[in-house]
Design a protein around this ligand. Structure first.
Ligand code: TRP
Length: 370
């Protein structure tokens, strides 16, 4: 296996979450209220680490306002990995948070060469319509474009001014930690991302409320930069940002799922045949090479990608345990396990794709509202 690398621009090799927690200096999850534990991602430890998350739990318990903020890079197609973040948006909205979602169209332009028009189109077709189909509601939700924060000049001015003021409070090395190779455009983008994370607390927006940013652990350098700058700038007194870190849904080959590897992910628009083919052909298996050996020694669910996907997709803990135990004991064969996943995905996708068609007509309820 390749040497492990986990940076915002590259993830490869074997991922050891315990080790990463130490390396990044993030904390384990605290005791969570029941409503959180009802959510699969919290209950199963898929969201496994945090910074300053107690502040969010406290706001939740005291029924005080708080914000969940995240951003999307408009590129490629919306896949099962992206769904993990969408599920968190919808969860937080359901427990009373206000949701802010930034479409990183300026970042896509500066860091990846995507035109603003193309970025907008991808954001709507691939991301926003899928969020709506998954259950995001327009109330308590603002989706905005980095290139067009608000129709309200006071709000827009505040957001872009904050980006500008933050620039005095960052160093060149900090930018490098976020993008590796740095260009003027990438520098500007990381300042804008910091403003994304912090601006909800400005008086023009929600005022001084706790903000949580859920991300994959590879994105932590962005969080660190925003947290450090927010402490250095004296013109504002921000509450320190909270963040949580979720595990990656593995790609079918066992690496990190990526938009640029269409063979190794499943998108939310794939048809049943494609899903079946991809999983049967490419999913890395923890099974034994022959049926005899498999019956005798059993499979290894810990490295088996179809099983790992089910840990994100199968809501029923009992059912999941039966699959786990059946596979591990050798009673369940690799083909049977794959068939369970294929069926699970195709039942879900059929329903989802209908909802997404309807959702396409509702996008305007979500963007540039204020
Ligand atoms: N840089 C993020 C990405 O590559 C997108 C992003 C922009 C973002 N602003 C954000 C993520 C604010 C979290 C919070 O996907």
């Amino acid at each position: 296996m390749a040497k492990t690398v986990v940076t915002p621009w590259e993830v490869k090799g074997e991922i050891d979450y315990e080790k990463l927690m130490k390396e990044f200096g993030v904390s384990p999850m605290p005791e969570l209220p029941e409503e959180f534990r009802e959510n699969l991602l919290f209950r199963r430890g898929k969201i496994f680490a945090q910074r300053d998350f107690e502040r969010i739990i406290e706001a939740y318990k005291k029924k005080k306002p708080f914000v969940m903020m995240t951003g999307l890079m408009p590129s490629g197609s919306f896949h099962i990995g992206h769904m993990i973040l969408a599920r968190q948006m919808i969860f937080y909205q359901s427990i009373g948070a206000k949701v802010y979602i930034a479409v990183a169209d300026l970042e896509a332009y500066n860091a990846r060469g995507t035109s603003i028009e193309e970025g907008r189109k991808i954001a709507i077709d691939q991301y926003i319509s899928n969020y709506i189909a998954l259950g995001l509601r327009p109330e308590n939700c603002e989706i905005y474009f980095q290139s067009a924060r608000s129709k309200n000049a006071k709000k827009s001015n505040a957001y872009y001014s904050l980006q500008n003021l933050l620039s005095r409070h960052a160093t060149f090395n900090e930018f490098r930690a976020v993008y590796g190779e740095i260009t003027p455009g990438k520098m500007i983008s990381s300042l804008l991302q910091a403003s994304d994370m912090l601006h909800a607390q400005l008086p023009e927006f929600e005022g001084k409320v706790p903000v949580v940013v859920p991300v994959g652990i590879d994105q932590d350098p962005h969080i660190r930069l925003a947290r450090d700058m927010s402490g250095r700038i004296k013109e504002y007194s921000f509450l320190q940002l909270s963040s949580t870190y979720h595990q990656f849904v593995p790609g079918l080959d066992g690496g990190k799922m990526s938009s640029s590897d269409p063979l190794f992910h499943v998108t939310l628009l794939d048809d049943p045949k494609t899903v079946k083919n991809k999983i049967n052909k490419y999913a890395f298996s923890g099974g034994q090479p022959t049926i005899e050996e498999h019956r005798k020694h059993g499979g290894n669910p810990d490295i088996d990608v179809p099983y790992q996907w089910l840990t994100f997709l199968e809501e029923d803990d009992k059912k999941l345990k039966q699959i786990h135990d059946g596979y591990k004991s050798g009673k369940m064969l690799t083909g049977e396990l794959k068939a369970i996943l294929i069926d699970k995905l195709n039942v879900f996708l059929e329903e989802h794709q209908k909802k997404r068609e309807a959702a396409k007509k509702r996008v305007d309820e979500f963007i540039l509202k204020a």
